[in-house]
Design a protein around this ligand. Structure first.
Ligand SMILES: CC(C)(COP(=O)(O)OP(=O)(O)OC[C@H]1O[C@@H](n2cnc3c(N)ncnc32)[C@H](O)[C@@H]1OP(=O)(O)O)[C@@H](O)C(=O)NCCC(=O)NCCS
Length: 207
């Protein structure tokens, strides 16, 4: 199912998107906080990324959507809602990746907003979470603009609860953790419903 926002069309990922994905991941700036800058091979895109997204769509209605600029009809990136194996659609993971040429125009926030609406209002999810490297301030800002809250800081197998004792968090970050750590943000159904009220009942950025 396509989802339209004011400036974008979110279209389920298809086999013909291989070139788009390979090109997107060939930019080291795009991949900086994903793989340290390394590109994704065509084989991985063809044999793993696209089939997995399509299987997830068939099973749960989630997966990866291409973000298409509605004005130019150009592919500008992708956005995903993933269903974790352990939880099913009650708890979904949001992620996104856009071409550098369109950064800073609010498109990740606009597309994410539409997928949060889809997750809570159509799929009946209770919680949407998202993770990124602690230093990925642009991605963290998107999560904050969506009304998500920081709930955890992870490094390798260790998890420090963001609501836990502050000295342990501060000590960890001061000890070089910022460069190694991943942060986890979440938004729950009740908070989403609250932001809807705050927006005067509108669905915000969806078309
Ligand atoms: C992260 C990403 C999706 C953001 O997309 P985008 O369309 O530029 O996001 P938006 O324009 O909606 O919002 C970005 C916000 O971050 C801010 N920002 C960007 N870089 C920043 C930085 N280095 N420090 C602080 N804030 C930053 C922007 O100013 C903007 O906030 P504002 O609206 O308050 O000014 C895009 O940069 C991207 O695809 N990066 C590569 C892939 C990636 O890192 N994905 C997430 C990893 S899980």
């Amino acid at each position: 199912m396509n989802i339209d926002t004011i400036r974008t069309r979110l279209r389920p990922l298809r086999s013909v998107d291989v070139d788009n994905l390979v090109r997107l991941d060939s930019d080291p700036a795009v991949m900086r906080y994903v793989s340290g800058g390394a590109p994704t091979s065509r084989e991985v895109v063809e044999e793993w990324v696209i089939p997995r997204a399509q299987a997830e769509r068939r099973a749960h209605g989630t997966g990866i959507w291409s973000i298409v600029d509605r004005h130019s009809a150009r592919f500008v990136g992708w956005i995903a809602l993933r269903t974790p194996r352990h939880s099913g659609p009650a708890e979904l993971e949001l992620s996104y990746r856009l071409q550098r040429s369109v950064w800073g125009r609010g498109l990740a926030t606009e597309a994410s907003h539409a997928l949060l609406s889809f997750a809570f209002d159509e799929l009946g999810s209770d919680r949407v979470f998202a993770g990124t490297m602690a230093g990925n301030l642009g991605s963290r800002r998107v999560m904050e603009k969506l009304g998500m809250s920081l709930v955890g800081i992870h490094v390798t197998d260790e998890r420090i609860d963001a609501g836990g004792p502050q000295p342990s968090v501060l000590h960890f970050l001061a000890d070089g953790g910022f460069d190694r750590a991943e942060v986890e943000y979440e938004i729950r159904r009740a908070t989403w419903a609250g932001t809807l009220t705050a927006r005067d009942g509108t669905k915000g950025l969806t078309a």
